[in-house]
Ligand binder design. Structure first.
Ligand code: ATP
Length: 225
C-alpha cells in the first residue's frame, strides 16, 4: 500500500461510522478495518445512535450496544467506540454528529463511512447536500444493495485514498471489499431462535448470553404474534 499524504493543514483523516449496532457484527468490524487500512491506519470512531430517526427502535439499549462495540473493537487499536450520540438528547442525526466533529476538527479530512444499502438512500436524507461541505464518504459494498442516486454520485466526485486525504470534505471513496452478506436483523432472528451466529465476535456472544439479550422474536408488520 502506498503511503497516503495528508492534507497540508488538516492532518490525518478521521473516520466516523454511525449505526445502530444492534448488535455489532463482523461485517461492521471488517468494513471499519478496511476503511482504516486504506487510509493508512486512520482512526475510526464507531457511534451507536441513541434514537435512530428512520427505522424501528433497537432491541438492546444504548449502553449495551456501546459495550458490545467495546468488546468487538478490543483487539483493533484503530477502532474507537464512541458514545457521543448516546449522550445527546433526542433523535440521532448524522448531520448533527458531523457538524460536531467538524467544529472540533475544522480542517481535517472527515470521512463518513456508510454501507452501500444506506448510500443508496442518501438522497432521501434530510439536507443531504449539506454533507458535501462537511465530510467525504467512504462507501462499503454490501450484497443486494440498490444503485445509488445519480444526484448523490455527482455531488460527491469519486476519488482514491490519496485524493481523500488531500482535502477536508466533498469526495467519495468506493471500496471493493469486504463484501459480506451479514445483517444485524438476521443475527437477531437467529439469536431469538437460539441459532448459531458465526458473524458475531466471541466476546459479544458471551455478553449477549450473559445479559439475556435478543431472546425474543421482534414485532414487525410481518410478525405480530
Ligand atoms: P439491521 O439489520 O438492524 O438494519 P445492519 O446490519 O444493517 O443492521 P446497522 O447498525 O444498521 O447494521 O448499520 C450501520 C452501518 O453499517 C450502515 O451504514 C450499514 O450500511 C453498514 N453495514 C451493516 N452491515 C453491512 C454489511 N454487511 N456490509 C456493508 N455495510 C454494512
Amino acid at each position: 500500500m502506498h503511503n497516503v499524504q495528508h492534507a497540508a493543514s488538516g492532518g490525518r483523516p478521521l473516520v466516523l461510522f454511525g449505526g445502530t449496532f444492534d448488535p455489532v457484527h463482523r461485517a461492521h468490524i471488517s468494513a471499519a478495518r478496511a476503511v482504516s487500512k486504506v487510509l493508512n491506519d486512520a482512526p475510526v470512531h464507531l457511534l451507536p445512535n441513541a434514537v435512530p430517526p428512520h427505522r424501528p427502535q433497537p432491541l438492546a439499549d444504548g449502553e449495551q450496544r456501546l459495550r458490545m462495540l467495546e468488546l468487538a473493537c478490543a483487539d483493533h487499536p484503530q477502532l474507537h467506540p464512541d458514545g457521543w450520540e448516546l449522550a445527546q438528547p433526542g433523535p440521532s442525526y448524522s448531520l448533527v454528529t458531523l457538524q460536531h466533529f467538524r467544529k472540533q476538527h475544522p480542517d481535517r479530512p472527515l470521512v463518513f463511512m456508510i454501507g452501500a444499502d444506506s448510500f443508496a438512500n442518501l438522497h432521501q436524507w434530510h439536507q443531504w447536500r449539506d454533507y458535501t461541505n462537511l465530510c467525504h464518504l467512504a462507501v462499503v459494498p454490501r450484497p443486494n444493495s440498490p444503485l445509488a442516486d445519480n444526484a448523490v454520485l455527482e455531488a460527491f466526485p469519486e476519488t482514491d485514498a490519496h485524493g481523500l486525504a488531500q482535502q477536508p470534505y466533498g469526495l467519495r471513496l468506493m471500496l471493493k471489499r469486504p463484501f459480506l452478506d451479514v445483517s444485524a436483523t438476521a443475527i437477531r432472528q437467529a439469536l431469538a431462535k437460539k441459532g448459531h451466529c458465526p458473524a458475531l465476535d466471541d466476546a459479544v456472544i458471551t455478553h449477549i448470553h450473559r445479559h439475556d439479550l435478543y431472546n425474543v422474536a421482534e414485532h414487525t408488520p410481518f410478525n405480530q404474534s
